[in-house]
Write a protein that binds this ligand. Structure first.
Ligand SMILES: [Zn+2]
Length: 410
């Protein structure tokens, strides 16, 4: 269903489709492949590409390594084209990156912080503002991943850091004119996995992201399911690991108490909590087989329970989860299998490491920005802002907790 009824509307619609296809394939397909994929006439594709190049949205490069025939062109990001500023705010540091259409990502800055909302977000806001001034109208938006549930409007709670209803857009202080997508790190990692990783093309997948604790989300047809208010999928706060310790979230026996950097630290008797101790936890991961096996077993038990509930085709692990699987995969599987219902044991779920390593949350933040940009309205705004000459003429502010809840199908 296109909804396009006039030739002008159809052209606007096809511009979005073509840019979306270029972005989703990582700017790796030739113009003729894209033309076929999208069912376009060759002449139509030529006109579209020329128009998008004129608007500095696309730039074509000759494909490498073709010895015979006509040179073929690969549409990719324009050197003066739109970029997403993507941020992964972890409990102890943030990472800020510039991402082009197609997904190529350049890390710009990394900033350790003290774990307080002001200590984390004020310097980050200054860094984002400086890059926004440098890049001008090219900034399509800012995507921010955070390690806690995010409510609509960008309010974040991170229990073990003492963050309660922290207004992320306000503390970043970017002012009007900057579209911001604020989202949960696990949900963003899952979105990236669905777009560019192991969950691509998977109908029902379960993604688990482990850092200081564990978070998880079910991904259905490429979309993380986050509940009506954006705060669902808190699998780390379900009693899946068999423990009974009180959690900073207010519940008792949360799975997140037994899986992640905090659990590794606790296992060897080191201080834990408050987002501190990453280096020590990495040392424990590398040296204590017992602590690693305990974490892998707790992870496996919880995976079994979630598989019983959701019947995913594949379970993907990112962050420390992938490292636990690599270091203690047998313990993980051995703990998972007894927890599976007998009807599932003939075909236990595939448990795989993320294809994106630690970058999933950052890439998901980028996807959320481009999801809002790669629309007829987003491209129209681009055209107007380009004409007006840059960042001093903002058209709107748009704060979302993510774009998952909206229908992005085109
Ligand atoms: Zn909890």
């Amino acid at each position: 269903m296109t909804g396009a009824t006039t030739s002008v509307e159809l052209r606007a619609h096809n511009r979005v489709r073509l840019l979306r296809a270029v972005h989703d394939c990582g700017a790796g397909r030739t113009r003729s492949q894209l033309t076929r994929d999208l069912g376009l006439a060759r002449g139509t594709a030529s006109v579209l590409v020329a128009g998008l190049a004129e608007d500095e949205l696309l730039h074509e490069e000759p494909a490498a390594g073709r010895a015979r025939g006509r040179p073929t062109q690969i549409p990719g990001p324009h050197p003066r084209g739109p970029v997403a500023l993507a941020v992964d705010v972890r409990e102890d540091a943030w990472e800020l990156a510039e991402c082009e259409l197609g997904g190529r990502t350049t890390v710009l800055e990394v900033g350790p912080h003290d774990g307080t909302p002001e200590g984390a977000l004020a310097p980050l806001g200054e860094a984002v503002a400086a890059h926004r001034r440098r890049l001008g109208h090219r900034v399509a938006g800012v995507g921010v991943a955070l390690a806690g549930p995010v409510r609509r409007g960008g309010l974040v709670d991170i229990g073990h850091l003492g963050w309660r209803s922290v207004d992320v857009p306000l503390l970043l202080g970017l002012g009007p004119g900057t579209p911001i997508a604020v989202g949960n790190d696990t949900a963003f990692a899952a979105l990236a996995e669905a777009r560019r990783g192991r969950l691509r093309g998977v109908r029902v997948g379960l993604h688990l992201h482990v850092d200081f604790d564990v978070g998880g989300v079910l991904v259905v047809d490429g979309r993380p399911l986050q509940g009506a208010g954006g705060m669902g999928a808190e699998f780390g706060h379900m009693p899946l690991g068999g423990g009974d310790r009180p959690c900073a979230c207010g519940a008792v026996g949360c799975w997140g108490m037994d899986v992640g950097a905090n659990a590794l630290l606790r296992h060897v008797g080191l201080a834990y909590g408050g987002g501190r101790g990453r280096a020590q936890a990495e040392h424990v991961l590398a040296t204590s087989e017992e602590a690693v096996a305990a974490g892998a077993r707790a992870l496996g038990r919880g995976v079994a329970a979630l598989v019983n509930a959701h019947d995913p085709e594949v379970v993907t692990l990112s962050g420390l989860g992938a490292e636990l699987r690599e270091r203690a995969g047998e313990a993980l599987v051995a703990a998972c299998e007894p927890g599976l219902m007998s009807i599932r044991r003939d075909r236990p779920p595939l448990i795989e490491s993320s294809a994106l390593g630690w970058r999933g949350a950052l890439l998901g933040a980028m996807e959320s920005v481009f999801d809002a940009f790669l629309t007829i309205e987003g491209l129209e705004l681009w055209r107007r802002n380009r004409g007006d000459g840059g960042p001093d003429t903002p058209e709107r502010q748009n704060v979302t907790n993510s774009t998952f809840a909206e229908d992005n199908s085109i």
